[in-house]
Design a protein around this ligand. Sequence first.
Ligand SMILES: [Zn+2]
Ligand SMILES: [Zn+2]
Length: 292
Amino acid sequence: MLRRYKGFVGTTDNGATVELIDSHAHIDFPQFAEDRDAVLERARAAGVTTLLAIGSGPGPEKLDAAIPFAEQHDWIYATVGTHPHEAKELTPAHLEQLATLARHPRVIAYGEIGLDYFYDHSPRDVQQRVFREQMELAATAKLPLVIHCRDAWADCLDMLEKTWKPTGLGGILHCFTSTLEDAQRGLDMGFLISFAGNSTYPKTQNLRDVAKALPLEKLLIETDSPFLAPQGYRGKRNEPAYVGEVAKAIASVRNLAADDVAVATAENFRRFFKLAVPAVGRTGVRLGNSSL
Ligand SMILES: [Zn+2]
Ligand SMILES: [Zn+2]
């Protein structure tokens, strides 16, 4: 039943195997301190073949938070960047450190950076300045962005159109929560749109409607672990092994099998970042269907 996507290399025969890529997880966070190895093993067992470890960590006090994981595991890649929550802590010295870390060979994107007007942990003018400064660093390093945006879509997209679009480097709009029109503005700048566990909740049909309307080849899936556990695990700690639940939610509105969404989003990620198909690939996992 598995559709064969252009460019797909792997075992698709009778749909027996599938792969998942978690495009956004905070595996360095203290919520994983007790059982991190087991968490990563469960991800592999669930069919996760590639994971993007987000390096914003606790803030500027630890700018290389994700890099050790990418050095230790060939299936994990890293980002660097300071989250808008901690923008007010970022000094010029930190920016210099980030410029160096951005050149690390396992760092494939810059983020998560952006604007968060929901929590306003840093003043908005400081968030905007730090967002702009980090866009400049990413442009110098020729890295695409991982964008965090909450309740700030107008400002965030305006700033990206002004400062980032001319670079042509694009990126990921992570944990997308806005409208189809805003998603389209992202696509026009070369961004992929990533959906997280909140797209599985009964009350977020608006997000699934966006996921239904966008071109399949522009979608990614993510956990944002340890946050936003999908329906069924809600209230618990999220972990990369659950990323298939997001594939199920998207599949349910697109009349596809969840495996199809898993394969397509994995291909999208690899195509965008120009990554090779992993040597140890699909694990015989089947996702089944959503209960939505
Ligand atoms: Zn975020
Ligand atoms: Zn995040």
